[in-house]
Design a protein around this ligand. Structure first.
Ligand code: SF4
Length: 325
């Protein structure tokens, strides 16, 4: 490892002043060096044999007024997904119970809203209380929140709020036009102020450049506090969305993105999220080597499919990984 790399990654220290130039330097490291740095830093903060397992349930599917170019749930695209009403409290509790029995430690609930109405938020708060009572960590993703809505979720016992930055600030308007980057940062600030842990990452493979991936990681790593969870998604190209024909990102560039996330946010859980269905076991193994230590478990990720639980279990067994408790 040369002096520059060593100083950039020194002792996996937590920094919030990452420059784009530094992040770009990490991305450009020789692959073995990058993965070695990432794995070394990973071991300073985590047990490398453990993987945190979350389960994600779509509690309100489709009909979203936002126009995120990757999303089959937007009303702007014809993807064959019909709008559904918010699920019942009993059905959510039942799904959470099943997730716990399958080994999940966190139960994430997603609703396709621009932002929740207050009456809907009351119902979600009741779900959070029920899931929490089962002994699971709770996470929701509901779109933009006001400060008082974040406080209500905290009072209900919410542990994590997911709100992704999606991509770099510069590329954002190529992906979404119904909100701006600052809206995302504002919601993240409300969530932090309420004392809720933050789950925040992005999506790669949306036709963005390496420079945009650098910008996205630099934005995440420069937040006032690093997100406790950093989901890195590989775009699932859904027919009917504007990104259906986007060029696929190479698996090695995806692994590089994971490694740079690990190095720049050493104490955060880095999650392999959407796109695992199409990844080989070898790519996923490289991601774990590069510092990923969380996966979504379960047959569906909101509306796109996810590797069957049996396949996940078999892969974890092959790699000697165990579920983080
Ligand atoms: S990603 Fe979320 S906010 Fe965007 S269209 Fe889909 S459900 Fe709506």
């Amino acid at each position: 490892m040369d002096d520059r790399t060593a100083s950039l990654t020194k002792q996996g220290s937590i920094r919030h002043d990452w420059t784009r130039e530094e992040v770009a330097t990490l991305f450009a490291l020789p692959f073995p060096e990058l993965v070695f740095c990432a794995q070394s830093i990973h071991r300073e903060h985590f047990d490398p044999r453990e993987v945190q397992i979350s389960t994600l349930l779509s509690i309100k599917t489709g009909g979203c007024p936002e126009d995120c170019a990757y999303c089959p749930q937007s009303v702007h695209y014809h993807t064959g997904i019909d709008a559904e009403k918010l699920m019942s409290r009993a059905a959510v509790t039942e799904a959470a119970r099943a997730a716990k029995a399958s080994g999940a430690s966190r139960f994430c609930m997603g609703a396709a809203w621009r932002s929740p109405k207050d009456r809907d938020l009351d119902r979600v708060c009741a779900m959070v209380e029920d899931v929490k009572a089962l002994g699971l960590e709770t996470c929701v993703t509901l779109g933009m929140l006001t400060g008082s809505q974040a406080q209500r979720l905290k009072t209900a016992g919410l542990d994590y709020y997911n709100h992704n930055l999606d991509t770099s600030p510069e590329y954002y308007d190529q992906i979404i036009t119904t909100r701006i980057y600052q809206d995302r940062l504002q919601t993240l600030a409300h969530v932090r102020a309420a004392g809720i842990h933050v789950c925040c990452g992005g999506i790669v493979g949306m036709g963005e450049s390496r420079e945009d991936r650098v910008g996205m990681i630099a934005a995440l790593a420069s937040l006032p506090a690093h997100p406790e969870s950093v989901p890195i998604n590989m775009l699932v190209r859904v027919e009917g969305t504007p990104l259906a024909q986007a060029d696929a990102l190479t698996p090695l560039e995806f692994v590089r993105t994971i490694a740079v996330a690990r190095i720049t946010m050493p104490a955060s859980v880095v999650r392999l999220s959407a796109g695992r269905e199409d990844m080989s076991e070898e790519t996923q193994a490289l991601c774990f080597l590069a510092g990923a230590n969380s996966i979504f478990y379960g047959p569906k990720l909101l509306t796109t499919s996810n590797p069957a639980q049996d396949r996940d279990r078999a892969l974890m067994d092959k790699l000697g990984l165990t579920a983080m408790r």
